[in-house]
Design a protein around this ligand. Sequence first.
Ligand code: PMV
Length: 350
Amino acid sequence: TVVKPVNVTCTAPVNIAVVKYWGKRNEGLILPINSSLSVTLHQDQLKTTTTVASCRSFQEDRIWLNGKEEDINHPRLQSCLREIRRLARKRRNDGDSSVDVGCLSHKVHICSVNNFPTAAGLASSAAGFACLVYTLAKVYGVDGELSGIARQGSGSACRSMYGGFVQWIMGEREDGKDSVAQQVEPESHWPDLRVLVLVVSIAERKPVGSTAGMQTSVETSSLLKHRAESVVPDRMKQMIEAVHKKDFATFAELTMRDSNQFHATCLDTFPPIFYLNTVSRHVISLVHQYNRHYGEARVAYTFDAGPNAVIYTLQQHVAEFLQVVRLVFPPDNNNGKTFLTGLQVEPVEI
Ligand code: PMV
């Protein structure tokens, strides 16, 4: 008999937080010290594509990332595999006939590729783990709430399980069952909102990864504690309201303040962590100058654990703002640096 593998391919986009997640209260389960909120990009933009094959003849689970085989025993990868198989078994025992009993006893081969440079530090782990969990779920025939499993791969991955505007509710339980992502508004809600990725550096490796960085911040930064307890709860409410009302000025101010506070907590960490570089700081100044010129917030920046700027703006301001950016950062001074626009993600050489 011919042994035929079951093959499923899915894609998941990157999400960019406007209220940042930084700090865990439980390292193993990946439970955060504050809730967060992000925008998931469109499917045709920055994304991960994952194929999972399951076959009776496979001897062991294996994984390839961007064509290179990686260690399947990575603890977070193992968490996702174990949890999704556990969920499938539970569903089957509960009498769910859509669960594929055959696949459940087979090993899987996982192939995952990003359509953007992984080294660019553009939240590749969020799209990657979201895509892995979703694809595995399809292989086994389970659906429903899966963000709690994606969370155990990479915290921010839980938010990429939904499109549009997504909050990750920190939850209160010790077992993490209530620490899940929830859609605040679908992507159709704010059609003229745009995301531009200004790639400041693709060469630089992250000086401190998010896992190690958060851990040191939790241990040493009193500002982080203040942020989590006294700033983020109100900010989440204000941000959700701004999204509901499509109030760009408020959305923009909250986004910039939150990015700044996140990077302030990095500076307050001991020893301090620096994710922004000189070009990042020039982008910040430029955005404030641009907004001041018009007397309103037309553009907002946000930075994750790296120097690249993500810009939120409205469709009617994209062309002009990009022109300004190209004027301030002309091609000659900007050797090899690329701009990715969240509109089409075609790299624009500047
Ligand atoms: O999910 P992680 O461990 O890659 O952490 C992501 C942290 C930030 O990107 C800096 C903020 C966020 O909420 O995405």
